[in-house]
Design a protein around this ligand. Structure first.
Ligand SMILES: Nc1ncnc2c1ncn2[C@@H]1O[C@H](COP(=O)(O)OP(=O)(O)OP(=O)(O)O)[C@@H](O)[C@H]1O
Length: 296
């Protein structure tokens, strides 16, 4: 019997895989797309929201950070390049709307506070249609999302990136060389913070500033007695931020009303404006604004 239970045959012996040469990554980052560059010139600050692992609330943080920045009167756009799990439209309450086109390009969907939203979700024919794309197609889609959309003049473009440091992250680093920085989302578990360290090292490899870390699901406040529980452990995000020399921008609680609003397709920040979570997002937005605008 074969020792390969999957019966996968390699027709030829494969050369030994070499680790990715970081100099080559940097050279690729230099290859800039002019059309994208023209559009990006009209946007003052571009912020990538990244996470080492999936399911830690990156899209929730992207969407609510976008609303909190827009609530200050700044013009904001959000581009969802999480092709395999596009949740930004739902979290901003604009799911089911369509992108339109005119002779100047593609018009984004307009969300709360006038936020311009672009996501593959607006183009999928059915809820359960999977996106099955190789890296080159994703790269070309990202190029179109950035270069063919009528973004106009914006103060901020929030880029909701897929988890990890794969093709999309490299495409963004390559296509938006002037990216202002990354906001990194984690939950306070060892597994997530370990993956985040990789994202931080990736950001450093592509010479992108880390604006800071948001610790999501950091604690749970019991509604009956107000007692605080640290479900995943206490202080792990803070410890990781200190170890890696990056700022902790904020701590967002684990809260069933967040999951409910997201599942119902209602923007949390609008539905619960006075909640501690929305106030925390205003603080996080304030910190991000201070960091990027004082660096001008
Ligand atoms: N602080 C929170 N409290 C309760 N539920 C949350 C919280 N943050 C996110 N969620 C829920 O967790 C799930 C995952 O969130 P989200 O889609 O934002 O994660 P993600 O990191 O973007 O995932 P992926 O990258 O895999 O697409 C969603 O159902 C969301 O409603």
């Amino acid at each position: 019997m074969s020792s390969n239970p999957f019966r996968i045959q390699n027709p030829q012996p494969q050369p030994q895989r070499q680790p990715r040469d970081l100099r080559k990554v940097n050279q690729q980052v230099q290859a800039v797309d002019l059309k994208v560059q023209m559009k990006m010139k009209n946007i003052k600050y571009k912020i990538g929201v990244v996470s080492g692992k999936g399911g830690v609330g990156k899209s929730f943080v992207s969407s609510n950070l976008a609303m909190a920045i827009a609530a200050s009167g700044r013009k904001v756009g959000i581009v969802d390049v999480d092709f395999h799990g596009p949740s930004v439209p739902k979290m901003l309450g604009v799911r089911g709307q369509m992108l339109t086109a005119d002779d100047k390009g593609i018009n984004p969907v307009i969300g709360p506070f006038g936020i311009k939203v672009v996501s593959i979700d607006f183009l999928l024919p059915r809820d359960d249609t999977p996106v099955v794309w190789r890296g080159a197609i994703k790269h070309s889609a990202i190029k179109q999302f950035l270069g063919d959309v009528n973004w106009g003049e914006l103060d901020y473009l929030i880029i909701d990136m897929p988890p990890g440091t794969g093709d999309e992250a490299l495409s963004i680093a390559q296509l938006v060389p002037g990216i202002t920085g990354f906001v990194i989302v984690t939950i306070p578990s060892e597994v997530s913070t370990l993956a985040v360290k990789k994202s931080i090292n990736f950001a450093r490899t592509v010479n992108t500033k880390i604006l800071g870390v948001v610790e999501n699901m950091s604690h749970f406040v019991c509604p009956s007695d107000g007692k605080v529980y640290y479900i995943f452990g206490e202080g792990k995000g803070k410890k990781m931020a200190e170890e890696m020399g990056v700022d902790l921008l904020g701590q967002v609680p684990l809260d069933p009303s967040i999951a409910e609003a997201n599942d119902a397709g209602e923007p949390f920040f609008l539905k619960h404006p006075d909640s501690p979570t929305s106030k925390e997002f205003l603080n996080i937005a304030d910190k991000v604004i201070k960091i990027v605008e004082s660096n001008q």
